[in-house]
Design a protein around this ligand. Sequence first.
Ligand code: ZN
Length: 247
Amino acid sequence: MRIAVLSDVHSNLEALEAVLRACEEHRAGATYVLGDLVGYGADPNAVVDRLAGLPAAHLIAGNHDLAATDRFPLDWFNAAAAAAVRWTTERLTASARRLLEGLEPRERTGTALLVHGSPVEPATEYLMPWEEGGAARSFDHEEFALCFFGHTHVPTAFVRDRRGRIRAGALQDGAVVEAQPEGRLMVNPGSVGQPRDGDPRASFLMYDTEDRRAAVHRVAYPVEEAQEKIRSAGLPAALADRLAAGR
Ligand code: ZN
């Protein structure tokens, strides 16, 4: 089976629709969503409804989802992010709020451990591509062959071989990561709704459960439409500007 792995959609409906179209073309049989469904963008309710309606979906919460449902301190965020959280909280429908309230920042499926940040700190730890020390602590923290994580908005892989050596790196469009026999894998699909690796295209991952390969895909989407919605919603303009730069 092929599993689509999405993270950090951040209320960006235009990016999400482009990614879901691509997932259909790749014949995804299930979808994992690694948190931060909302925050930053202008379409929190539509994004939550769309993701909740996907067949065979596993959703977890990110720090923005927790904050939007009063389960995470607002002073943790920078000013623009906190303003977007407040804006989101005020506009969530009862059903979207109920759905977000039911999510936790980690979950185990039959295939993988899902966390937003890291196994050690599921809501908050950033595992950037160069943070092998953080990856080592994550591998040591608990038993898993495969872990999908998000939060950094940078497509990343940490591969640990059977001797415990870790290879780390950022992943470009088309990159394929494969676990060796007895090896362990941590992969971040990058961000659907607010990429931060300099490539403004939406990022996601397709994972094949048979050959245990994860492939990174980038898709273009109408960035200007998402920007226009953010500006006319009265959200901080910087949140619109950064989408074009992928930063
Ligand atoms: Zn995020």
